[in-house]
Design a protein around this ligand. Structure first.
Ligand code: PLP
Length: 390
């Protein structure tokens, strides 16, 4: 018989596009013994999780809970519940996750129109008004934080704009929730999904979603059944709502994790959390600039949670990332799609957004770049970051 021994993965510093490092209190929460999925104590934990989720999304939407599955399951949940075969949907595509939403919508039978922006850029309200006027869709989908490019989409006007044309606004907040401001009610967003493994610093496995009363009305007016049994909100809602009617077994330990992670967000306070993300991004950016490294997204549109930066000329992508991982235990992400081999994606998300990580990463990167004979001044990155912190 083979000896497999105890599972023992190496410690890592996860500074990629997700998963991000999990807060120790969240890991501890997951180690608790299981409760049954209808145990009164578990039902109380569900209530707390929903209340904290509403606070974090800044919404009073009743239909707010975590879908069993990762962020993509949340994307699919929003699409399949709002869309019936033949419904018109507009998707704004400026990176991988807009592309994914298009695919999901087409599979759900939507008549999809896409509008595009170059990778690294964001959409202007004028562009969105034009497509709404021309297409008159039931739903417009857009990504708040495009993790493939590091671009930060402004949202303030879009909900009102969609409603002017009787469209529902569907928003991806997977890499923004609990890292940068997300204001579901004041932005008049109708359907939103996120993920646990980015700025919430939980393992992957749940996808918080929320639906506005307008979206709930649209779901209630459906003529056809939701195409996915598992993701049908009208059914799942009976478990997360007052009835507590069995649909599928809740992933108990993941709900513990999310409850604890949201508790940490609540303790820190959203404004303080947003400032912390901003501060660490500014320090990282100053450090990278001192090493001659620039961002893929334009000034003023860069996400503090995901830094997509151009790989300097003469520096090899894979060599650098391999060395960061092998010698320093640091994981960063490579580029996807159009950005493959051209950018690195450095995540500073949730618990991972800390000066320790910024300073260690800059020092480690410097060593990797020097080994490849890059023209950088020794210590310049860390010094610039420290000046930014001072
Ligand atoms: C990570 C991510 C997703 C997908 O989430 P998974 O948990 O990988 O399924 C969707 N949208 C954005 C913007 C993301 O960053």
């Amino acid at each position: 018989m083979a000896e497999f021994g105890q599972l023992k993965p190496s410690p890592r510093i996860l500074l990629g596009p997700g998963p991000s490092d999990v807060h120790p209190r969240v890991l501890l929460a997951m180690a608790n013994p299981l409760l049954g999925h209808l145990d009164p104590q578990f039902l109380e934990i569900m209530n707390e999780t929903q209340e904290l989720l509403r606070q974090t999304f800044r919404t009073s939407n009743r239909l707010t809970f975590p879908v069993s599955g990762t962020g993509s399951a949340g994307m699919e949940t929003c699409v399949v519940n709002l869309i019936e075969p033949g419904d018109k949907m507009v998707v704004c595509v400026n990176g991988v996750f807009g592309q994914r939403m298009t695919d999901v919508a087409q599979r759900a039978g939507a008549a999809v129109t896409t509008i595009e922006q170059p990778w690294g850029e964001v959409f202007e309200p004028g562009q969105i008004r034009d497509v709404l006027r021309k297409v008159r869709p039931k739903v417009l989908g857009i990504v708040h934080a495009e993790t493939s490019t590091g671009a930060w989409q402004p949202l303030e006007e879009l909900g009102k704009l969609c409603h002017e044309f009787d469209a529902l606004l569907l928003l991806d907040t997977v890499t923004s929730l609990a890292g940068v401001p997300v204001e579901i009610d004041s932005w008049a967003v109708d359907a939103v999904y996120s993920g646990t493994q980015k700025c919430l610093s939980c393992p992957p496995g749940l996808s918080p979603v929320s639906f506005s009363p307008r979206a709930v009305e649209a779901i209630n007016r459906r003529k056809t059944k939701v195409q996915s049994w598992y993701l049908d909100m009208t059914m799942v809602q009976r478990y997360w709502g007052e009835e507590r009617f069995y649909h599928h077994t809740a992933p108990i330990s993941m709900v513990y994790a999310l409850r604890e992670a949201l508790g940490l967000v609540h303790e820190e306070g959203l404004p303080a959390r947003w400032s912390r993300h901003l501060r660490n991004y500014q320090a990282l950016k100053a450090g990278l600039a001192a090493m001659g490294i620039s961002y893929a997204a334009s000034e003023g549109q860069q996400l503090p949670t995901l830094n997509a930066v151009r790989i300097p000329a003469g520096v090899d992508d894979a060599t650098t990332r391999k060395r960061l991982l092998a010698e320093f235990g640091i994981e960063i992400g490579g580029g996807l799609g159009d950005f493959k081999g051209k950018v690195w994606r450095i995540g500073l998300m949730g618990y991972g957004s800390r000066p320790n990580n910024v300073l260690l990463f800059l020092a480690a990167l410097e060593q990797c770049l020097l080994a490849q004979k890059a023209q950088i001044e020794l210590g310049a990155g860390v010094a610039a970051a420290n000046r930014a912190y001072a």
